[in-house]
Design a protein around this ligand. Sequence first.
Ligand SMILES: NC(=O)C1=CN([C@@H]2O[C@H](COP(=O)(O)OP(=O)(O)OC[C@H]3O[C@@H](n4cnc5c(N)ncnc54)[C@H](O)[C@@H]3O)[C@@H](O)[C@H]2O)C=CC1
Ligand SMILES: O=C(O)[C@@H]1CCC=N1
Length: 274
Amino acid sequence: MANNTLQNITGTILLAGAGKMGGAMLTGWLAGGLDPRRVAVIDPHVSPEIAALEAKGVALNPAVTTAGTIETLVVAVKPQMFREAGAKLKPFVADKTSVVSIMAGTTIASLQDVCGGAVVRAMPNTPAAIGRGITVAVAAPDVSSGQRAVADALLRATGSVEWVDDESLMDAVTAVSGSGPAYVFLLAEELARAGVEAGLPEALATRLARETVAGSGELLHQSELASSTLRQNVTSPGGTTAAALSVLMGEPGLRDLMIRAIAAATQRSRELAK
Ligand SMILES: NC(=O)C1=CN([C@@H]2O[C@H](COP(=O)(O)OP(=O)(O)OC[C@H]3O[C@@H](n4cnc5c(N)ncnc54)[C@H](O)[C@@H]3O)[C@@H](O)[C@H]2O)C=CC1
Ligand SMILES: O=C(O)[C@@H]1CCC=N1
C-alpha cells in the first residue's frame, strides 16, 4: 500500500542487518513506495533476494563516505552482535540521523552510547513479512516530530504500530508480540501432533491444524468480537469443545503455562540488556 511519508523521504535509510526481520521490513518499505535509491543495506551475508535489489537501486555495503547523508539508521542485527556492529555503524550517524533499533532487549541508553543519534526503540514481529505485523515503539526525548514521523512510516510499512512512552514496557512487549508468533506456530504443531495421537493420518492432521490456526487468526482479525466471545461461539454446552477446554482451562492449564512462558521471555529480554 502506498505510504505518503515513505514516498516523501529524501534522505537515505541505512538498514544494518537484512536478515529475517530486516529483510521483511525492507520488502515492506519498497512495497509501500520508498524509492529503492533511498535505501542502503549493510550486511556481510546478504541473501540472494537482497543482493538482487542492487539492480533496483538499493546500495549494498556502502562506504562510510555516505555518512552525513543517512537520515535514518535501522539496526536489525542480533542483540549479541550489537556492540561489535554498532561501533562500525557509528561513523554513519550524523547530527540529525535518527537510529531505529528493532533489537530485543537493547536499551535506548545502550544505543545512544554505542551509535549516538536520536533513538527509537521498536519491537516488530514476523507477520511483518506479509504486512500484518504489529510493532511497539518508544522514542527517546530528543527524537524530533519529523524523525518520529519517518520512523512511524518505516515501521507502519509492515503492519500496525503502537507508540508507548515507557521504555520499561518493551521487555513484556517483546515477550507477548515480538516472540508471540512462535507460540501460535507451536500451537499449530501440537494440535497436529495431538490429531495424529487421536488417529488421524499425519498429512491430514497437519493440514487441519494449519488451516484452523490460520482461519481462526483471520476471523479474529476481521471480527469485532472479543476473542473470548469467538471462543464461546465454538463451545456448545456439554459438547466436544467444552470437553477440551476443561483440560486447557483447568489447573494447571494454558493460563499458568502462558504466564510462565511470558515471564521467561520478559526476563530474557531484560538479560539481553546487560
Ligand atoms: N525474528 C524475529 O521474530 C524478530 C527479531 N527481532 C530482532 O531483529 C534482529 C534480527 O533478528 P533476525 O532478523 O531474526 O536475525 P537474522 O539472523 O535473520 O538477521 C540478522 C542479520 O544481521 C546480519 N549481520 C551480522 N553481523 C552484522 C554486522 N556487523 N553488520 C550488519 N549486519 C550484520 C546477518 O548477516 C543477518 O543477515 C534481532 O535483534 C532480533 O532481536 C525483533 C522482532 C522479531
Ligand atoms: O527470539 C528473539 O529474541 C527475537 C525477539 C523477538 C522475536 N525474536
